[in-house]
Design a protein around this ligand. Sequence first.
Ligand SMILES: Nc1ncnc2c1ncn2[C@@H]1O[C@H](COP(=O)(O)OP(=O)(O)O)[C@@H](O)[C@H]1O
Ligand SMILES: [Mg+2]
Length: 520
Amino acid sequence: MTHPSLVRPVRPPAATNLSVGTLLEISQALSSAGSLNAGLNRVLGILGESGGSVRSTVALIDPSSGQLYIEASAGISPDGRRARYRLGEGITGRVVEHGKPIVVPQVSREPLFLFRAAPRRELPGQELTFVCVPIAIGSHTIGALSADLLYDPGRDYDATTLFLSVVATQLAQALKIQRLLDTERARLVEENEHLRHELQAKFSFEHIIGSGGAMRGVCEQIAQVATTNTTVLVRGESGTGKELIAHALHYNSPRAKAPFVRVSCGALPDTLIESELFGHERGAFTGAHARKKGRFELADGGTLFLDEVGELNPTTQVKLLRVLQAREFERVGGTETLRANVRLVAATNKDLERAITAGTFREDLYYRLNVFTIFVPPLRERKPDVLLLADHFVEKYAREHGKSIRRISTPCIDMLMSYHWPGNVRELENTIERAVVVCDGSVIHAHHLPPTLQTAEATGTGSARSLQAALAAYERDLILDALKTARGNRAKAARLLESTERIVRYKIRKHGIDPARFRA
Ligand SMILES: Nc1ncnc2c1ncn2[C@@H]1O[C@H](COP(=O)(O)OP(=O)(O)O)[C@@H](O)[C@H]1O
Ligand SMILES: [Mg+2]
């Protein structure tokens, strides 16, 4: 490569304003600019005003084309700003390719000079000096900073190059931060999108398990009302899936992309629930150091889920009623009236009618909430769902805990089916997760269930039983299971149990099992 000759000055540097003061100005401009591009343009402006450059550019590599484009410039015409260079092309292209500064003391004498950004005809009558330094992040050159200075035979080119290199380092730092932010933002946007899809999938109808008429009815109701703005009241015992339904309503509505915000009305003390719902102004009460948005504001455009709505205190009931009537509210301690654009879903396991009679729940609020009511039946009234749900949770928790569990043994299923499930689906889910955790094989057996379930089946009364009875039940369970796998073949069952056929025959008789049941 033919490097342009560097003319070493013999006399002291000519008056130049490429000073530390200019550097300070530049770093301040970069840190205070509203955007990176504004910062870069401002820096080039300073190079012109304080540094005496006639023209300057920041050229960067465009990752998609690999070509250099002009990101920021001063003293360049709009046409010139559209200039593109390939790596290695012209002076700028070479600086980026080799990562080394190049100085052209007299532009008019340099055959490599392309005059692409600044055509010869746009140049002033005087001779110019062109200085171009690489912009690098670490050892990686990402672009170049160039400046045209009036030719001065007394100029200290080393000092000039050094000065511009310091500026380029500052630019590189700003570019690096910007790129990190861009990458991070892109990652967050992607992650957000991914999570939204996941939520949507998670709360789609397929994930509401239930085969019986009861759950089918519930799903039909969800489908009917999800796409509307109607207030929905979900009623049912604790653990029946009310929150799951509230999610399904939201994620199958036109509001799915806006927030789903849950308020647990029973969990917050009376003094906090109002500011939690409506927000508060600074200084509204002791401890209110800053204005805080309430859940109504946070759910703007989306769905507000009032869980355990039956627990609301009378004062808050009045305020909530007002929001439901006027669709307006104020922050605690505030005067500004805010509009509530939320879809309301409420849930309760309380007997609201009785609460009205007892005077603890307002009748007018009840009518506002009771527009479209979905009743979720308790699990004991939908026995066929027990099996479906159990299988669903086995699969879910086996995956989560990294186990390969194929099925639930028949005696274990019998136990699950005969239990009355006071804690509903939540209790079943916890029971299965526990069983998956303690299970060491590929089949969940009765002894993997908590004692409450095992005893409930053995005695039918739920009382405790003896060790002997428990062992007998476990033995029976193992034999039934082996027979099932062996399709009623006793010899094979014995091998599975690592026992002898004679013992297995004896046990089969003892437990009154009919192996023929298992022949396929
Ligand atoms: N039909 C269903 N299909 C799948 N999972 C369910 C079903 N019903 C409830 N669950 C699960 O049971 C647990 C309790 O449900 P949740 O909605 O919190 O009940 P609730 O709000 O009525 O107390 C949750 O983990 C939920 O995902
Ligand atoms: Mg709940």
